[in-house]
Design a protein around this ligand. Structure first.
Ligand SMILES: Cc1ncc(COP(=O)(O)O)c(C=O)c1O
Length: 385
């Protein structure tokens, strides 16, 4: 079975831990973990105020309320100084996040959680393969979840898994396995076509055309996509949400994991090139203190006129990432349905206005560095949000 093989392979990256449960997407793994923790009506779950909408969604689907904590602009993760203020008698869980592959403050978060007898979950959807204090991401908290969506550390098109570190959660996780909806034949075929396009037709020259087409099709639910239109526009649990992971996906994941170590090295090396360049020019950068052993899935850079910066990059044929264009990415309308009041999270709001993501898995950084040099005035200075 491809899924068993994948489990063994993943365990090698996760400190030989094998308590892995597969799901259709990372967000489904988060939902399963919350269910296994018994989270429901009246509970509160703390998450960073700079995240993807598919993080608060499963919390709401479980009947609980997401409570946000503003982020630290240096790390893009929860500002641990603000964490205790957000804890109430209803709080049950704290979620920390390896945003862009950077992990930080994990032990402070765990200490605070222990003090208040709360569960912890690590959102490692950007952080597979990274380490924090010489321990693999995902192995610190009671449970963690990972994504195998396109653009993630390694991919099976869509896919996710939960890693369970707290043994008391194992039995409820096993019971939930029986509730998973199988992946349909149509979805498997759809995925196979996308693998083909990704492997053979998606090149540097076709990138922008395919990305635009895929986003449009996915938004209109015409292709197996990362987020359906309804996940972005409402808090209603989509039909068939609690879905399994198929062997078709596991086969693709195994294939892509083969080159993973080389890609990870490249990401770390390129991230260092970006920091060295930006440091030398006095512009904002990921601090060298954060160069522990992170996954560097993307390199965040704050710019002053993002729309213009994107336009110029597209003209120069330079792919830039747009995580996160909103504190609850990618929702740009009113965020109150997700219990988010922008006034309370000024740092996240500011970051969501300014951040673009540089690719870290490129063969050479030269073209991008030349582009950054040319438009250096558009890049925000160090220490200014
Ligand atoms: C921070 C964060 N958490 C969770 C997820 C969910 O991952 P998936 O798309 O596999 O459900 C994403 C997705 O892109 C994400 O960016």
């Amino acid at each position: 079975m491809q899924k068993d093989k994948l489990k063994q392979k993943l365990a090698q990256y996760l400190g030989n831990r094998e308590n892995i449960f597969f799901h259709y997407k990372g967000r489904v793994s988060l939902y399963a973990i919350l269910k296994a923790m018994g989270i429901g009506e009246g509970d509160e779950v703390i998450i960073p105020s700079y995240t993807c909408v598919v993080v608060p969604n499963p919390i709401i689907y479980a009947g609980a309320k997401p409570v946000y904590v503003d982020i630290d602009p240096a790390t893009y993760n929860i500002n641990t100084d603000l964490l205790e203020k957000a804890i109430t008698s209803k709080t049950k869980v704290i979620v920390c996040q390896n945003t862009y592959g950077l992990s930080s403050g994990v032990e402070q978060i765990i200490d605070i959680a222990k003090k208040h007898k709360l569960y912890t979950i690590e959102d490692c959807t950007h952080g597979f393969g990274g380490q924090y204090n010489e321990q693999p991401n995902g192995t610190y908290c009671d449970a963690s979840f990972f994504s195998m969506q396109w653009n993630k550390p390694f991919s099976s098109g869509v896919g996710g898994f939960a890693l369970i570190n707290n043994p008391s959660l194992l039995e409820p996780m096993r019971q939930l396995e029986a509730e998973k909806i199988p992946v349909s034949l149509r979805e498997k075929m759809n995925l196979k076509i996308l693998y083909f396009i990704h492997r053979y037709l998606l090149t540097h020259f076709t990138y922008f055309t395919f990305v635009k087409l895929y986003r449009w099709l996915s938004k209109h639910n015409m292709v197996v996509g990362s987020s359906s239109g309804e996940e972005i526009s409402s808090i209603k649990k989509p039909k068939g949400f609690f879905k399994d992971y198929s062997n078709v996906q596991a086969k693709e994941a195994l294939r892509n994991l083969k080159g993973f170590d080389d890609v990870l090295l490249k990401r770390k090396k390129n991230a260092r090139v970006y920091t060295d360049f930006l440091l030398g020019t006095g512009k904002n950068h990921v601090s060298l203190d954060l160069f522990d052993n992170h996954a560097f899935l993307k390199y965040p850079l704050r710019v002053n006129d993002r729309d213009r910066f994107f336009h110029l990059a597209e003209k120069a044929n330079i792919p830039l990432g747009d995580w996160f264009v909103s504190p609850i990415h990618p929702v740009q309308q009113d965020l109150s349905s997700w219990y988010f009041d922008a006034e309370n999270y000024p740092v996240a709001v500011e970051m969501a206005k300014k951040v673009v993501n540089l690719s870290t898995d490129t063969r050479t950084t030269e073209k991008l560095i030349q582009f950054l040099k040319k438009y250096i005035d558009l890049i925000a200075d160090t220490n200014r949000a």
